[in-house]
Design a protein around this ligand. Sequence first.
Ligand code: FES
Length: 72
Amino acid sequence: MVICHCRAVSDGLVRAVVVDGADDVDAVIRRCGAGSVCGGCRPSIALLLAELAAAADDTRVAAVGLRPPSAA
Ligand code: FES
């Protein structure tokens, strides 16, 4: 799914940069460009970050998946 239409960035790429260490919206913007044009996708990026952080509370996100293994 495309999360940033301006830069054609998928949610999968955002997940990958988060798993690789981007821990806030600005870090995501720096690493993949999502959110760097109109900014309309920044709330979606923030929501995805929150979901990934919640999943990481149970375990590190399995590879690039969104749900922890216990919720799969
Ligand atoms: S939709 Fe992401 S910067 Fe415009």
